[in-house]
Design a protein around this ligand. Structure first.
Ligand code: ADP
Ligand code: MG
Length: 219
């Protein structure tokens, strides 16, 4: 077992992400209806579907960094509001770290995740506890880091990341929104999940599952 994935074989991770977001379009908009303007699922689905069209136009599925680049472009161009630039930047920063590598391993994956988070915080300014997707990303990274430090294999690091993301997402229910549209609600934002934290959990879980499947089939 190599515990690595060929980048050339991993572009389908992005296709799985598109399916995940489209399957949860209504769910994400419903959550946003409780705290925002009810468009989160629609926004996300629009951008991810545009990426699906760009990938289809390429014919064959490209390597993972190229597919992430297509996703970033589609999100930046296709989604209005806060999500296009935030997720667009997230995937672009990941792409930048992965580009030029033939294989993906757990250390490189964590580096890419790190770069994505840094970029999101850099442009969005959200900190831990502000009730945004950052509250999914930070515990996901911490769990992934701890698994890596504890000597877990790539699969173990991905499973830890997903568990951390889920815990972070669930914890947004108790937070008061301090940034973005929901912050206008003040105390009334407490008691419901943050939609961005939910989409971010779905994204990280999908990515983790797709990569784990590829590790299973790698020799
Ligand atoms: P809009 O707020 O324009 O309607 P969406 O409904 O698509 O956009 O997305 C809302 C989500 O955006 C929130 O749930 C939150 O997680 C995320 N968000 C908003 N502003 C920021 C920010 N500055 N940093 C990180 N995430 C943010
Ligand atoms: Mg919204």
């Amino acid at each position: 077992m190599t515990d690595t994935i060929m980048m050339a074989d991993a572009g389908g991770v992005v296709i799985d992400l598109i399916h995940t977001i489209n399957a949860n379009r209504q769910y994400l908009s419903e959550i946003d209806g409780a705290i925002g303007d009810g468009d989160h699922g629609i926004n996300m689905s629009k951008g991810f579907t545009q990426c699906g069209e760009a990938l289809a136009a390429r014919g064959a599925t490209p390597p993972l960094p190229v597919a992430l680049g297509d996703l970033s472009t589609a999100l930046m161009e296709g989604i209005g509001g806060s999500m296009g630039p935030l997720y667009g930047t997230f995937f672009f920063a990941m792409r930048d770290v992965l580009a030029g590598h033939a294989r993906l391993d757990k250390v490189l994956f964590l580096r890419a995740l790190d770069a994505g988070i840094a970029a999101v915080q850099d442009i969005g300014g959200a900190k831990a506890g502000d009730k945004t997707l950052v509250d999914t990303l930070l515990p996901a990274r911490a769990a992934c880091q701890a698994a890596l430090a504890g000597g877990k294999d790539f699969r173990g690091c991905l499973a830890a990341m997903t568990a951390g993301a889920e815990a972070g997402m669930r914890a947004t229910r108790g937070l008061r929104a301090k940034i973005g549209r929901a912050s206008r609600l003040g105390e009334r934002s407490v008691g419901v999940l943050d939609p961005g934290a939910c989409s971010c959990y779905l994204i990280l879980r999908s990515m983790g599952e797709s990569l784990a499947r590829r590790l299973d089939s790698a020799v």
